[in-house]
Ligand binder design. Sequence first.
Ligand SMILES: Cc1cc2nc3c(=O)[nH]c(=O)nc-3n(C[C@H](O)[C@H](O)[C@H](O)COP(=O)(O)O)c2cc1C
Length: 170
Amino acid sequence: MDASALFKFSSGLYVVSADDGERTAACLVNTGLQVTSSPLQVSVTVNKENFTCGAIERAGHFSLAVVDESADMLFVGRFGFRTSADYDKYDGIASAVAATGDPYPAEHACSFVACNVVQTLDVGTHVTFVGEVVDAGNLSDVPPMTYAYYHGTLKGKTPPKASSYVGGIR
Ligand SMILES: Cc1cc2nc3c(=O)[nH]c(=O)nc-3n(C[C@H](O)[C@H](O)[C@H](O)COP(=O)(O)O)c2cc1C
């Protein structure tokens, strides 16, 4: 089996954030998807070891911002390579708060949705959260960043906790 076949799956990059009333957690994911349009539902799949996973479970809601091509590796590193367990990822950057109470980045993101969790699915290493969208908006006209752009132009890597990690190939 050649697992690099999965590199050809298309996806974008997203910042998923949750404020559980005590604190905020956020991380970079490539697993944001629209699930249905009526009702409007999206899903996001988060590693159980990521601090953000527990924060979404406790909060029962989350925001999902679409990262755009203006994002640099500093922005990626903040959300994708550090943990909210000991670091406030929103400290020092422009942000806004969705109707659910969850923050989202106000720069380097071209749109956002915010959701109430309606279903969770345990998929082993990760949890898939399905959320009903209760808030949404456009933030810029900059194109969304695809995972292919992240790898090809930013020369970014895939860490082990990403759903798309396939064991040191890339
Ligand atoms: C390009 C990229 C894609 C990622 N995709 C996912 C993903 O789909 N799901 C996930 O749980 N973590 C993913 N991660 C890893 C998390 O962003 C990372 O583990 C983060 O530090 C977790 O932060 P937290 O502990 O504050 O939740 C990805 C990271 C990068 C750089």
